[in-house]
Design a protein around this ligand. Sequence first.
Ligand code: ADP
Ligand code: MG
Ligand code: MG
Length: 889
Amino acid sequence: MTTNKKYVYHFNEGSKEMRDLLGGKGANLAEMTRAALPVPPGFTITTEACNQYYNDGKRISDSLIQDVDAALAKLEQDTGKSFGNSNNPLLVSVRSGSVHSMPGMMDTILNLGLNDETVVGLANLTNNPRFAFDSYRRFIQMFSNVVLGIDSYLFEEVISDLKERQGFSFDPELTAEHWQEVIGQFKQIVRKETKHDFPQDPKQQLYQSIEAVFASWNNQRAIIYRRLHKISDTLGTAVNVQLMVFGNMGEDSGTGVAFTRNPSTGEMELYGEFLLNAQGEDVVAGIRTPEPISRLQKVMPEVYEQFVRISSQLEKHYQDLQDIEFTVERGKLFMLQTRNGKRTAAAAVKVAVQMVHEGLIDRNTALLRVDPDQLNQLLHRRIDERVNLEVLVKGLPASPGAATGKVVFDADEAEALAKKGEKVILVRPETTPEDIHGIIASEAILTSRGGMTSHAAVVARGMGKACICGCEGIKIDLQKKEFRVGEVLVREGNTISIDGSLGTVMLGEVPLVDPELTPEFIELLSWADEVRELSVRTNADTPEDARKARDFGAEGIGLCRTEHMFMAPDRVPIVRDMIMSESIEERQDALAQLLPMQQNDFYHIFKEMQGLPVTIRLLDPPLHEFLPNLEELLLEVDRLRRSENKDLIELRTKEDILRKVRSLHEMNPMLGHRGCRLGIVNPEIYAMQVEAIFNAAFILLEEGIVTEPEIMIPLVGHVNELSLLREMVMQTYERVRKNLSGELNFTVGTMIEIPRAALTADQIAEYADFFSYGTNDLTQTTFGYSRDDAEGKFLQYYLDHKVLPENPFVVIDREGVGKLIETGVKLGRAVKPDLKTGICGEHGGEKSSIEFCYLKGLNYVSCSPFRVPLARLAAAQATIKHGKRGKVN
Ligand code: ADP
Ligand code: MG
Ligand code: MG
């Protein structure tokens, strides 16, 4: 098939704007050529040609061959060299390059154009036969591996055998004659493996290489890489054909890689490595250890000066940190690649802010430069990135952060050791409310069972502690106080380290660094605050979390959960009494003990927030969660029954608890007796909580701090549920206020986490002052997934096979869950225009979900304290990307 499309561009015909067509490498080579930088000449075959190759049933069209021949002829003319000419051979590299840089694709082929004749020419021309034959054998090796698919190990074997026979340790010890011998054997391998001779015609070599690059677009590595990074499969790759320059021609030659600023700290300094007398791939192959770029300054001061000048020119031109490849051939500098350099979060922040100060970019550009996801790295204690770690085993990354400590297997032991000043990591099959004191005492939690919403995970995230769950590779023996990973045995008291952001467990100690809000980070966030229109609140259950969140810039608490307050060790017995009580009087008795404690909780949280809004959610989980685990209880009762001298009182107590646990047992607790359903059937619990809220607010009022509590009713599905409980709140207020002076401003709202609530939001809004979307549960109830089961069983399969595009528990599902959110906001505001809306699920700290909330007119997002800075940045990015939205209500 013939088309008139232009499939081949010389470097001087393209520009950096043509990335889609020329790929990143090609576009930047063209851009550097236009800027008159010393780039070896060449041409780029477009991504469209790649797609055409697939459309034609994996065939290179004749018209493309014609275009390539023409481009080649021009390259020959420009360089005075020609393909296959043994007096002055043209040698090129063939380099793949798609729009996004993709390490999964084809390896570069160097020295293409060499054959049995041109290699002799090259030897004569350079007066360096050793160099020439070494280059030829490298070419055969690369071409055979990359294009012909022959295992490179077969070639390596030839070289190592020869070295052994000669008693050599390093490649450079081999002479021209040795390399000739190697080449002979290489050619035999090719003949044996392919039944053909190694192609001698440079044009054949080139066509085959181009085809191999096209084909590599769909190799397994590339496909996996694209899936991982969400790159489209239809983009195709470009092919760059470029005149070879040689860094391996002697002590006045070399090759290197450099960043215009330090990519790990952002410091303003040329940062890179250089290898004297070497070709590009030697740096990567680690044959010799490269030296710092400053070495170049010593051995070739003029070349260094020129390189510094060009680097800074490139950085100014691209207005970003550049990652540059270069080669020096006999004292002459050549630029081989430039691209925006990858960097750590710390460097990203520093570089963006400094470039604003240098006048290189404006503030909005700086705000868009930093990826909110990456900021996680900066906001938790983390493992020092500069060390290489050996990972023992991996689990689910349940709560970010890193920690080192001694292994303990029970909560009491954890507490006891922590009191002695030891750092400990609690390792359990899973945790229950009874372990809470152990969790508090530990640096981090590691469990072999349970998912991202298991008790350990939720509690750890709330506390900002590192946690790994579902780490099934560890086999715990609680009796022997040890765990095993395969052959490795870890005993109580041994030190391990964990990285909760990656889910990795390491043996021994690893160096940690503290989270930091550097001056640049603070400045960047202040710019974000000027731009953004979406408020950022935090999810905080304790005064400590509240303070941390305010330090990070939270403008209120969007979700204060009260269940953890019930799990404090000194309260668990009272909470149990409350649950076990047979009569309302007994229950009131227990509640009366809990009231001052709750009041104290709220007092301190309100005080910490100094008048900023605080949304308190009334008790949500089912009551059985505060009782011991059924299986453990059964074992315990069984043990007591069998024991010789029975403690009858203890046995009776345990049997009572067992009866209660059984009576509260639910087939599916997620859909069971919890949230407002509990508040309606057992109103005294909610009444106690509401009273505690009002009491605390009145006390603060007296102290001169005005608080406006926002009381939130969980799990409402029908308007009647809310109207009943709103009534209860109002009655409680009247009761509390009677004995006190002054009035409180407070609001009553609901969590929207059941699809029915979103669909009937107009009815519900009549009784709600605000909606807070609990997007975790809303996702569970919309999909009908229990998150733990989904993530433990089938979700990964779904993601791998593209059944779902994303994990909906991480990134909000805009089409389903999102539609419910949007519907709820619309219906609600139609009835109550000033209805305040926000989200408080984990999505509140995820950039794409934050963008969605901005687009749908929500007032705020609420996320864990550590994510507040990230959310401020993401909210600013939403405004910059989509424009100001103005007042939403
Ligand atoms: P990657 O995408 O893996 O960086 P490249 O296409 O940039 O692959 O090439 C790999 C190595 O080969 C680099 O070190 C590069 O400098 C070197 N190289 C590529 N083309 C040439 C050339 N024409 N002359 C000399 N070295 C080259
Ligand atoms: Mg490169
Ligand atoms: Mg919920």
